[in-house]
Design a protein around this ligand. Structure first.
Ligand SMILES: [Zn+2]
Ligand SMILES: [Zn+2]
Length: 320
């Protein structure tokens, strides 16, 4: 959301799947009201200020609305979210009827610890029973998964992989225009379209799918990984490469240059070259490096990511 230099926040909108999610909430000033109201999930890498201070915008826009927002993060997340929510005076909230609720989850191994906070209770924390997150699986909705890898920065940090499978969407207006009503044939049309079948049964008889393009549309599957604030260690590299294997888009931090490797190591961050090497080893299709330092010329950082990756990624440009 904030370019390559701004405080980290990636917004993933999937209107057909009724999901919008954020990966980190560093700076949400650029988030439109409409987009902010659709966010139901926040995946938080860790609790550093530059990744979380935008959270209040999400809180502000949802006051007075019926909404449940979940925040998944590493150990410490429940306290961070609790402190933010309890940092205001909530003495008039018993007049607000819609239930606004935040639930914070911390990943501890394969276990999720959870605490929920409801506006009407002044966001008084209520612990929930632990649940399982086998292999770091945080979200498992129809056609959509998000999983996490636990990595090390200074303290614990999570990296995420989101994956949406291909989906068939029916246009109800196009059905009505033909004078048809929806029925079991619609449910059968979706898998037929996904499978690339030649024809499908409709109220108008068996018709070639090629003639039903206005009725049913196939949205391709897509995947992304989000990796930031991680030390360059063999264990982290292995964890990131396994998590991000073959994704369409890898968002990966590149705050230091290879010439500053020692400082990068001391601060628990990747260099641009390391980001490129990891992206290459993970076999990703597209790389979006971010969390750049203002000290660096963007073109120089991008060139070093490409160097690590082993081929050109970002198109022609000149380096001053
Ligand atoms: Zn950071
Ligand atoms: Zn950090």
């Amino acid at each position: 959301m904030n370019g390559r230099q701004g405080d980290p926040a990636v917004l993933l909108e999937m209107p057909q799947r009724r999901h919008a999610m954020l990966f980190d909430a560093g700076d949400l000033a650029a988030l439109s009201m409409r987009a902010a109201l659709n966010v139901t999930h926040v995946f938080l890498s860790h609790g550093h200020l530059d990744h979380l201070f935008g959270f209040d915008r999400l809180l502000r826009v949802n006051i007075g609305r019926e909404q449940h927002i979940t925040i998944h993060g590493p150990p410490g997340t429940i306290a961070h979210i609790g402190h933010r929510l309890r940092g205001y005076e909530w003495d008039l909230v018993d007049r607000i009827v819609p239930v606004l609720r935040f639930t914070a989850y911390e990943l501890h191994g394969d276990t999720l610890r959870a605490t929920t906070f409801i506006l009407r209770d002044g966001f008084e924390p209520k612990a929930l029973p632990d649940t399982r997150a086998p292999g770091g699986l945080l979200l498992d909705a129809p056609g959509l998964t998000v999983r996490a890898a636990a990595l090390i920065h200074h303290g614990p940090v999570l990296a995420f992989r989101a994956e949406a499978s291909a989906m068939a969407v029916i246009d109800a207006d196009a059905v009505a225009v033909r004078g048809w009503s929806t029925g079991p044939w619609v449910a059968a049309l979706k898998p037929a379209a996904l499978a690339g079948a030649d024809a499908a049964e409709t109220p108008g008889g068996l018709l070639p799918l090629a003639t039903l393009g206005d009725l049913v549309r196939v949205l391709p599957g897509a995947s992304l990984a989000y990796v930031t604030d991680v030390a360059d260690t063999p264990a982290n590299r292995a964890g990131i490469i396994a998590l991000a294997q073959g994704v369409d888009t890898l968002f990966i931090e590149a705050p230091f240059l290879a010439a500053e490797a020692e400082r990068a190591q001391a601060r628990g961050h990747l260099t641009a070259r390391a980001a490129g090497e990891i992206a290459c080893a993970a076999g990703v299709a597209r790389v979006e490096p971010f969390h750049f330092s203002a000290r660096h010329e963007q073109a120089v950082v991008l060139a070093e990511v490409e160097e690590g990756f082993g081929r050109q990624l970002f198109g022609p440009r000149s380096i001053a």
